[in-house]
Structure formats: structure tokens, C-alpha cells
Design a protein around this ligand. Structure first.
Ligand code: NDP
Length: 512
């Protein structure tokens, strides 16, 4: 009889750029996760009671801590992801930016509402809507942006007044540990916890949360949705993508080539909104391809120290490098050609920045999420073909349109089946916290950010009615019933609700 596999008590974290072990984290059991959840719940009430302003004070202190510790955070980020220095530095910078937004805006977003409804049932009432946070929000994050991802979701949840249990990927948990260390070091209330470990720790978080925010693959997102459905708790999913770029014949080709290159290769292509398919109108195809290929060839790939020497870093895991390699191999076997790149680069998990041509819509590099530094290019006859092929995907996260004609670009954008479109730019919508960031089709359910909705999603709405005029001993419809009051009530309701006098049928005694 074989013994069941024993649970690891801890997990080693490796630098994918050189394979060295850079840290170790606990593999928390369900019981440990449940205990953390209980502790967080115990602290949440007070956190809610200090209100948005009290919470903003703590968020700004946390922002200060990140400013003071930026270099250390970037070191940790590089150590577990193999990112270049420049990309590692962007992560704490984005988090400080979004802290500023949510800390300043949350109070306004969470203000009580007093909707006006003129009707016989409500006319004497004061109507109020209030926002009460879910006590415990579970945030499950992937490995591609180990410091930014917690920031994007944890900060608005804390601003809403929830306690948060964060579960980072086991591949890159050290940056999330820094995030939580910062919160603890500033002496903030103990409303942010860290559950580390493998997917089971993620499941355990779902089992004790009141709301789940998940970012990761579509396959795991589906499992998260099933479990949340079983528990009848709400959730929001940010899943995979296969973002198209549409380069139209009137585009500024120099800018389009620069933008597509950065949009496809930033973070070695491991971004949910990476450009993963490029459709170029025939008249500018040759010029665009020549520029893009020359630019990609000139990129510097490698492992940075504290100096920004390289443009493109390593992939996060061996498994991710293998996915990229398979997509390229299968596409080349089906007739595609790498005009630059196309193979892994050792040591570590590097994969050369790659431009693929002679690609068609059925190849793996176009149908599946690659999550790597590849740019497959397809020549299209016209705008209509570009739109048709761009929409031919199970994913619908975002897209870019490149054109010097604003009206034309917007007309194209409005026909794309995606949650966001950047015109003559790439990824910029992610930094517009007042816009919703949400995937259509299999790219997600719900949205993050989105101004007021970005905080309110972590709250339950409560409705309160209260008299605003002196009350009588009973309301019209309360017992005992009588024909007269029913007739009168019906007439009143019709008078308020019906369109035109025709529908107001008066009881006999009121007819004229
Ligand atoms: P996953 O979706 O498997 O992992 C995302 C997060 O979910 C991790 O923290 C993971 O923990 C956790 N998790 C895994 N299983 C469960 C579960 N049953 N319940 C709750 N949480 C769980 O992504 P992968 O890391 O495996 O990446 C695979 C692919 O996903 C990539 O190739 C890429 O295509 C896509 N991806 C998309 C991202 C996006 O931003 N849209 C980000 C990252 C990946 P742990 O890592 O410890 O297993």
C-alpha cells in the first residue's frame, strides 16, 4: 500500500533567473487559515467603526512606508520573479499611486445615499442607503505582479472597512509578505492577514471569507466560482486574456511599433492584458513589421541587480517557460516563422522576445493564452477583418487600436467584445482607477476599480426607511381591511404610477 503524499510544512521560493533558493514560506493548513480568519474578524469591527477618514490615515502611513522601503521591495520582487530592476520599481510606485486615490476618494464613495421616490407608499418616508463592508474579504493573487496585485485589491477592500486575508501565489509569496510586514510595522490595526501555501491554502481562504477577489487563470477561476457558489458568497474574477492590437492603415507606425512591443513584452509578456495578437492592415504591414522586428531585436534580456540594465527578464516558472515554448513550437509546426527570437535562453527561465509571422487564426499562439514574450502578427485586408478576427476569441479582457483618426479608432473600439480599449496606448486603463477593469467572456466576472464601484463592491448595501412626517396610529393598508381604503389606495397608486389619466380608474364614489 502506498502512503498518501505528506503535506509540506514549508515551501522554498526560487529565483527563476538563476534557480537559487531565495526564501521559504509556511504551507498553511486549513486549520491555520481558519484561525487567521477568526482573528481578522475579531479586529474588523473596530476598523469599520473608525470610518473612511480614520482608515485613510492608516493608508497614508502605509504609503509612507512603501516610499521608504521601495528599494527593499524591488529587491524582493526581483529575487522571486527574475524581473528587470525597472519593472520591479514600477510595482511599489503603482501601489503608492492607488493608495492615494482610494484613501482620498473612499469617504465620498461610501457616503450614505438618500434616493428620492415620489409615490404614495414612500412619500412620507426618508429613504437611506448605507454601505457596510463584508467583514472578511479573501484576496487571492497570482505570481506575475506579486506586490501590485495585493495592492490593487487589498487597498480598496481595506478602505471599505473590511478585514482582508491575502493568499499570494506559492511561486512569489515574498513580496506579499513584505506588503503585510509593512502594514504591521506601521502599527496599523490587525486587519490584514497573510495565508501562504499552495492552492489548498487558497481554497481554505474561500471557505472562510465573506467575499472573494481572485486573479489568475480561467481554469482556477472556474473552481473558485464553483466553491463560492456552493457557499453562496459573492466574488469577482480577473482571469486570462488574449488581447488583440489592431494597427490600422492610418496609424503612427513608429508609435504603434513601440506601443505594441512594450504592450506585448512588458513583464516578459506575463500580464493579463499583454498584447498577444497583432492584426495589421495590409498597406502598413511591411513597414510595421520591419520597425517592430528591429526594435525587438535590440532589446536587452537578462538578470539585473540594482541597476536598470535590461529590458526583458525571466519567466516566473519553468512551467511558464514550457508553455511559451510549446505555443511557439506548435505554431511553427503549423507554418509560422519566428523573424526574431523563438527559443528559450539559459540559464534560468528566459525566453527570447519573439516576433512570429505567417500566422493564422487557428494556431496555438493565437487561440491560447501564452503569457510570454511572443508577438504573433497577422496581416488583414481591412478594418472589418481586423475587428472580426479580434473578436474571434474565448477571451475578452482588453484591446488596443492604433490609428491617427480619432473617430475611426473609437468606431472600431465600440465594436470590440472586450472590457476595455486603449486607443494609441496600452495598459493605461489599469492606472485609471475611476474606470472599471473587468473582462468579458471567459476573462472574468465583475470588475476591479471603477471609481465608487471599486470600494462599494466590498460592501453590502443596506436600505433604511424612517418616517419623515408625524405618523398616525396606523397606515392605510394595515388591518382591518375595508373596501373604501382599498379603493382609495388603488386610485392613489394608479394616479402616481400610470401614464396619462386614462389608467386612473376612480372608485364610484370619487367619479365625476
Ligand atoms: P492559477 O490561476 O492556478 O493561480 C492563481 C492563484 O490561485 C494562486 O495564488 C494560486 O495559488 C491560487 N489557487 C490555485 N488553485 C486554487 C484553488 N483551487 N482555490 C483557490 N486558489 C487557488 O494560475 P497559475 O499560477 O497556475 O498560472 C497558470 C496560467 O494562468 C498562466 O499560464 C496564465 O495563462 C494564467 N495567469 C493569468 C493571470 C492573470 O493576471 N489573469 C495571472 C497569472 C496566471 P498557488 O500559486 O499557490 O497554486
Amino acid at each position: 500500500m502506498t502512503n498518501p503524499p505528506t503535506e509540506l510544512a514549508s515551501i522554498d521560493v526560487k529565483n527563476p533567473a538563476d534557480g537559487t533558493v531565495v526564501g521559504t514560506i509556511a504551507n498553511h493548513s486549513s486549520k491555520q487559515v481558519a484561525q487567521m480568519a477568526a482573528n481578522l474578524r475579531a479586529a474588523q469591527g473596530e476598523w469599520e467603526s473608525i470610518g473612511p477618514r480614520g482608515r485613510a490615515d492608516w493608508l497614508f502611513k502605509f504609503q509612507e512606508w512603501i516610499y521608504d522601503n521601495t528599494n527593499k521591495i524591488a529587491d524582493v520582487l526581483q529575487s522571486e520573479t527574475g524581473k528587470p530592476r525597472a519593472e520591479a520599481l514600477t510595482e511599489p510606485a503603482v501601489v503608492t499611486d492607488l493608495i492615494g486615490y482610494w484613501a482620498r476618494q473612499a469617504e465620498g464613495f461610501l457616503t450614505d445615499g438618500h434616493p428620492v421616490q415620489l409615490g404614495p407608499m414612500t412619500i412620507g418616508k426618508r429613504l437611506t442607503t448605507i454601505y457596510r463592508p463584508y467583514p472578511l474579504v479573501g484576496v487571492i493573487t497570482p505570481w506575475n505582479f506579486p506586490f501590485t496585485m495585493p495592492g490593487i485589491d487589498v487597498i480598496p477592500a481595506l478602505a471599505a472597512g473590511a478585514a482582508v486575508l491575502l493568499k499570494p501565489s506559492e511561486v512569489t509569496p515574498l513580496s506579499a509578505a513584505e506588503f503585510v510586514r509593512g502594514w504591521t510595522e506601521i502599527g496599523a490595526p490587525p486587519v490584514l492577514g497573510l495565508a501562504t501555501g499552495d492552492g489548498k491554502a487558497g481554497s481554505a481562504v474561500i471557505d472562510c471569507a465573506d467575499y472573494v477577489q481572485f486573479t489568475g487563470s480561467t481554469a482556477t477561476g472556474r473552481k473558485v466560482a464553483v466553491r463560492c457558489g456552493e457557499r453562496l458568497i459573492p466574488y469577482s474574477l480577473e482571469l486570462g486574456g488574449k488581447d488583440p492590437a489592431l494597427v490600422l492603415s492610418d496609424a503612427d507606425i513608429e508609435r504603434a511599433a513601440n506601443g505594441v512591443m512594450w504592450g506585448g513584452l512588458f513583464n516578459a509578456g506575463q500580464v493579463c492584458v499583454s498584447i498577444e495578437r497583432v492584426y495589421v492592415e495590409a498597406p502598413v504591414y511591411d513597414e510595421f513589421l520591419a520597425k517592430l522586428t528591429a526594435k525587438v531585436k535590440a532589446l536587452r534580456q537578462g538578470q539585473d541587480g540594482r541597476e536598470c540594465k535590461h529590458d526583458v527578464g525571466a519567466l516566473a516558472t519553468d512551467a511558464q517557460r514550457d508553455i511559451v515554448q510549446r505555443h511557439v513550437r506548435e505554431s511553427v509546426a503549423a507554418g509560422a516563422r519566428a523573424v526574431t527570437g523563438g527559443k528559450p535562453a539559459s540559464p534560468g527561465t528566459f525566453f527570447e522576445p519573439t516576433v512570429l509571422v505567417d500566422v493564422d487564426q487557428t494556431m496555438t499562439c493565437i487561440t491560447d493564452e501564452t503569457f510570454g514574450p511572443t508577438l504573433p502578427i497577422i496581416k488583414v485586408a481591412d478594418e472589418a477583418e481586423a475587428i472580426r478576427l479580434a473578436n474571434d476569441s474565448i477571451y475578452g479582457l482588453s484591446a488596443t487600436v492604433w490609428s491617427s483618426n480619432g473617430e475611426r479608432a473609437e468606431r472600431v473600439a465600440r465594436q470590440l467584445e472586450v472590457g476595455a480599449v486603449n486607443i494609441n496606448d496600452v495598459m493605461v486603463n489599469i492606472f485609471a482607477y475611476s474606470l472599471p477593469m473587468g473582462g468579458w467572456k471567459q476573462s472574468g466576472i465583475g470588475a476591479r476599480s471603477g471609481g465608487a464601484e471599486g470600494v462599494r463592491k466590498y460592501c453590502r448595501r443596506q436600505a433604511i426607511t424612517a418616517p419623515r412626517i408625524p405618523t398616525l396610529s396606523k397606515e392605510m393598508l394595515w388591518y382591518p381591511v375595508s373596501q373604501g381604503t382599498i379603493d382609495f389606495a388603488q386610485t392613489l397608486l394608479r394616479a402616481f404610477a400610470a401614464r396619462g389619466r386614462r389608467r386612473v380608474s376612480l372608485p364610484k364614489w370619487l367619479e365625476w
